[in-house]
Design a protein around this ligand. Sequence first.
Ligand code: XMP
Length: 319
Amino acid sequence: DWTMAEFRATKIAEIREQVGTGRVICGLSGGVDSSVAAILIHEAIGDQLTCVFVDHGLLRMNEREQVETLFRDHYNIPLVVVDAEARFMAGLDGVTDPEKKRKFIGAEFINVFEEEAAKIGGADFLAQGTLYPDVIESVSFTGGPSVTIKSHHNVGGLPERMNMKLVEPLRELFKDEVRALGRELGLNDQFVGRHPFPGPGLAIRIPGEVTKERCDILRKADAVYLEEIRSAGLYDAIWQAFAVLLPVRTVGVMGDARTYDSVCALRAVTSTDGMTADIYPFDAAFLSRVSTRIINEVKGINRVVYDYTSKPPGTIEWE
Ligand code: XMP
């Protein structure tokens, strides 16, 4: 039974104790978890912390600019932004298996962090915004059958050879608690209320092969969908909403021409911790508005479907 103010004070003491005079690299994803972790650690150890934001080309529309603004302008926390699109796309070339995508992305993140650590003369610790649900969904349940549902990139995806020790101050928290801690640390409601976004980014929302071209198509469709959700005033009622670009082409007709393009699936769920989820019941008018806009505005998509699967049996992400 503790308050967020106490949690903050306790964690700051723990971080100082763990880190000592060492140097820490914190991987930022732009989401709430890693941002809260970074701000907390910065409060604990100041300029022993270097934040690294990897632009892997799998981000949403304008996401990189938003992170830069938040950290540099609002918090004045030094931020290194690494342009890593080319190497991530090269590594994902030909990879279609979801776990292989996750393992590659997790390992490549670490490679980038280690390179950045070397540039500042070495780092002893890697900080991440890992939450409790990331931990439990990535490990095999003890006593039961050995089942990994997915290797969340910051847990099961870490290579064993990594030579930095982990700092994970949010490891025992659920999402709603991280949001409360974020508010305690002065983040505004709009930021703490952001929908979760997975570290592997758009790669796990493009079943099949990931290419820059497909990422660009998905980014546009996703932005239209989110814009409609915001203007309908539904953003805060939804845990997470996003578009998925399917590796299936279907026939359509636009004007008097035949089209043969990709299918886009829309996902929106309600949840309290991401462990279970229900579909969000949009009304038909909303869904047809989004569908029409995506097909009209996004070249490469000619059909939109809505995912009606709760978790379980589905997971929230498609991979
Ligand atoms: P699933 O798809 O497992 O997702 O039902 C549950 C929640 O976790 C997010 N998620 C991830 N977050 N790294 C992350 O940081 C990952 O590898 C990852 N995989 C899933 C997902 O977006 C949802 O909020």
